[in-house]
Design a protein around this ligand. Structure first.
Ligand code: HSE
Length: 351
């Protein structure tokens, strides 16, 4: 089927996704019967343009890569703010990939609410709205008969959320634990090699892993949001990031790391959520783990998660958790899932 997409946010993630759908255009059609038409792009830096006939997205990437404004280079309806843009684009799917704000969820939260209330499916990689308002947003989506997909919010394209929702469907999950932040894992790994905390952080920023405000990583807000997202799915709870016991890696010293290594241990920033009686609890704290354990072997920017289940025991997943291509893949996987759900519902209605 053909899906009309409106992209809000054309930064690393929005462009990573666009790049993939250009490269895989023929594959998407032949393998998934999916044709993608981007009818609008709205970005704070590069401007906003709508053309319901479809935009030339190869040109959009070129324009933005050369630092120019989309509004200057394209014909169509231009200069709209995000909310008006959603209406005018008349898209089937709004892809929300603006920056994460874990205090208010804005502006992403308003974008997602607006898109869902106006009857559009939403795919987002934005952690803020999902960590702060998952219940409210999923019930809004249900009430409007549309889908909300957000697999890129935790471990980007590595399918931590899809594994939990689909792969482990029917299992009781009693604990979720993970290394969910690439920046801090990279810093801890580099400190083992002798770099100071600040040198390692600078390195992570240069590589583009760190959040715009790196205290989100270092003080563990980012993994706190991610464990909240996973916990609320696993336990049907309504945790918020502020409910998570949280200690980042700011006070870890080289001596602590060396001392742990001498004892065959590594210090890792582990996010955990578990059921304690009738209460769901979550924490993100540095923990010492055996070097040869699963988490002890996760180094650099790599992420990993473990789901403790009744029927399968412990299920592990490891992979890259950040980057434009990786997050773009998460959006693509969501889009393919949406496309098959829509095609199946068409088949059912026609019976
Ligand atoms: N800053 C995050 C990290 C990016 O380092 O994992 C992905 O959410």
């Amino acid at each position: 089927m053909e899906l009309k997409l409106a992209l809000i946010g054309f930064g690393v993630v929005g462009r990573g996704f666009t790049d993939i759908i250009i490269r895989k255009r023929n594959y998407l059609l032949s393998r998934y019967n999916l044709k993608v038409r981007v009818v609008g792009i709205c970005d704070l830096k590069y401007g906003s343009v709508v053309n319901t006939e479809g935009l030339d997205i190869t040109k959009a990437l070129e324009v933005v890569r050369s630092g120019k404004s989309l509004e200057k280079e394209f014909d169509g309806v231009k200069g709209l703010g995000a909310l008006e843009f959603i209406d005018v684009s008349n898209a089937d799917v709004v892809v929300e990939a603006t920056w994460t704000n874990l205090e208010t969820g804005e502006p992403g939260l308003t974008h997602v609410k607006k898109a869902l209330s106006s009857g559009r499916h939403v795919i987002t990689t934005n952690k803020g709205p999902i960590a702060l308002a998952y219940r409210e947003l999923s019930s809004l989506a249900r009430s409007r008969g549309v889908k909300l997909l957000f697999s890129g919010t935790v471990m980007s394209g590595t399918p931590s959320i899809r594994t939990l929702i689909r792969g482990l469907a029917g299992c009781y999950v009693s604990e979720v634990a993970g290394i969910l932040n690439g920046t801090t894992n990279y810093i801890l790994t580099k400190m083992e090699e002798g770099l100071t905390f600040n040198e390692a952080l600078r390195d992570a920023q240069l590589k583009g892993y760190a959040e715009a405000d790196p205290t989100m990583d270092v003080d563990a807000w980012d993994p706190a949001a991610k464990i909240v997202i996973l916990a609320n799915i696993a336990f049907d709870s309504d945790l918020k990031p502020k409910d998570v016991i949280r200690r980042g890696i700011r006070d870890i010293r080289l001596d602590d790391i060396k001392d742990a290594l001498r004892r065959g241990k590594r210090i890792k920033l582990i996010a955990r959520a578990w059921i304690d009686g009738n209460t769901v609890r979550a924490k993100v704290t540095p923990e010492e783990v055996d070097i040869n354990s699963f988490f002890g072997q996760v180094t650099g920017t790599v992420n990993a998660v473990m789901y403790r289940t009744d029927s399968l025991g412990d299920v592990y997943l490891i992979g890259r958790g950040a980057g434009g291509e990786e997050a773009g893949q998460a959006i693509l996987a969501d889009l393919i899932e949406l496309n098959s759900m829509l095609e199946e519902s068409k088949v059912l209605t026609s019976k």
